[in-house]
Ligand binder design. Structure first.
Ligand code: LLP
Length: 418
């Protein structure tokens, strides 16, 4: 469910015509719907009310300050993976007691920064990281709360680049290695073992992998408790998929109910790290057709954005719906929607059936709220697009379009360059 609909033939975000945003803010531009964000958060949270839980929105999906603030206002915590994300989180007033820190590569300064902030928990991904957190905490005579991220070896049946819970992946600690690590964490002088964590992948469109992972994690929790080790938090990560095309992922309500039903007796706080399911369908990328071009038998619509601003089609062969913002009549044509970047992999859609397009037409790339702007680059020296948040009949520019000066910020010429 989202709030991008046609009114009298023109695509709107809530009550604002996208053509108005394009005219006033320019193209390309990311547009997000506040009502959709609020709705997605509520739909995810409501069925969890029956159990002790925390929702820690995974901010890598979209880390714009206004989006974070909106979700924080609804009670969300945050899942972070870097010092930069922690910086963004604290800047918008996130409560450190609701921040979990995931990721395989935490550096010493990042660990210090998180200890300074007194975040809730480090999700530890290796023995070496556990040792490092213990050493950093000991040097400051502080206690770091830790969970161990276990890798349950479950196939989430998603794109290989976003599957994380298989034994060959770099993420988490395999079950055999994890068992002694829990004991080590519990015994360490400056660590407090508080839980178990897992995250098996992203854009998962079936319930079974989640429930299989839950079953394995619950076994671990039981074993730990039998040994007298504490487990206060059970973090199930994120990963719930969304419909981009004809996928039929479980509804968040069904996902939450099934997990709650199986975890009621666990006596711990359930932690969730949803990203895509909250922001994915709450955003679009607005773009304008620059040229229509035919090469041999192929037809291209060349637009003013591409893999530099939305890399998902190029990187994961992701299918994202594209629709004209204003009515276009005529017999559908098959086109590749491509960007200006000097790479053959620069496409937003291949062999897509669309109404006949002309230069100047506005298009909306749907489902671009998650891993859109947050993965955007300045490749080929294109400034990154503006971001706009629509709320009812009003809109706000929540990130200005970058200027050319932003492309070279920080670059310096050596004085003695020959
Ligand atoms: N927790 C952890 C530890 C994660 O690594 C991720 C995502 C999440 C939570 C949130 O997952 P979500 O609910 O959004 O599926 N760039 C890719 C997706 C990469 C996901 C990385 N980890 C894409 O555009 O499909």
């Amino acid at each position: 469910m989202h709030h991008f609909d046609f009114h009298e033939g023109s695509l709107h975000c809530e009550q604002v015509p996208l053509s108005q945003i394009a005219a006033e803010v320019g193209s390309p531009c990311y547009v997000y719907s506040a009502a959709t964000l609020r709705r997605h958060y509520r739909v995810f949270a409501e069925p969890l009310a029956a159990v002790s839980h925390m929702i820690c929105y995974s901010m890598k999906a979209n880390s714009n300050a206004a989006i974070l603030k909106l979700l924080l206002n609804m009670g969300s915590g945050l899942d972070i993976v870097s010092g930069g994300e922690l910086y963004r989180a604290l800047r918008v007033g996130a409560d450190p007691a609701k921040i979990v820190f995931s990721g395989v590569g935490k550096t010493v300064p990042e660990i210090e920064q998180a200890l300074d902030a007194n975040i809730l928990v480090f999700n530890v991904e290796s023995e070496a990281e556990l040792d490092r957190i213990q050493a950093v905490a000991a040097a400051r005579d502080q206690v770091a709360r830790v969970s161990i991220r276990v890798n349950p070896d479950i196939d989430p049946r998603t794109h290989p680049y976003i599957a994380t819970g298989l034994y060959e992946s770099k993420f988490g600690v395999d079950l055999d290695t994890a068992r002694p690590l829990f004991g080590k964490a519990h015994a360490a002088s400056h660590l407090e073992l508080v839980g178990v964590d897992c995250h098996i992948g992203s854009q998962i469109t079936e319930l079974a992998p989640f429930l299989d992972a839950l079953e394995r994690i619950q076994q671990v929790v039981q074993e730990l408790r039998a040994q007298g080790l504490p487990v206060r938090y059970l973090d199930l990560g994120g990963g719930l998929g969304i419909p981009y095309n004809n996928e039929t992922p479980p509804h968040p309500d069904e996902y939450a109910r099934e997990i709650v039903a199986r975890s009621r007796a666990m006596d711990c706080t359930l932690v969730f790290e949803p990203g895509r399911v909250i922001v994915g369908n709450a955003g679009i990328l607005l773009t304008q057709v620059q040229y229509i071009k035919s090469n041999y038998k192929k037809r291209f619509a060349i637009v003013d954005t591409g893999m530099h601003h939305l890399i998902r089609p190029a990187l994961y062969q992701a299918w994202q719906q594209i629709q004209p913002v204003l009515p276009r009549t005529g017999e559908a044509e098959v086109v590749d929607v491509v960007g200006p970047i000097c790479e053959s992999g620069d496409f937003l859609a291949l062999a897509r059936e669309l109404p006949p397009l002309q230069a100047g037409d506005l298009l909306a790339v749907m489902g671009a709220g998650a891993y859109g702007f947050s993965m955007a680059s300045q490749y080929n020296s294109y400034p990154r697009p503006a971001e706009v948040l629509v709320d009812g009949d009003r809109y706000h520019v929540i990130r200005a379009r970058e200027a050319y000066a932003d492309l070279v910020r920080g670059e310096q010429l050596p004085d003695d360059l020959a």
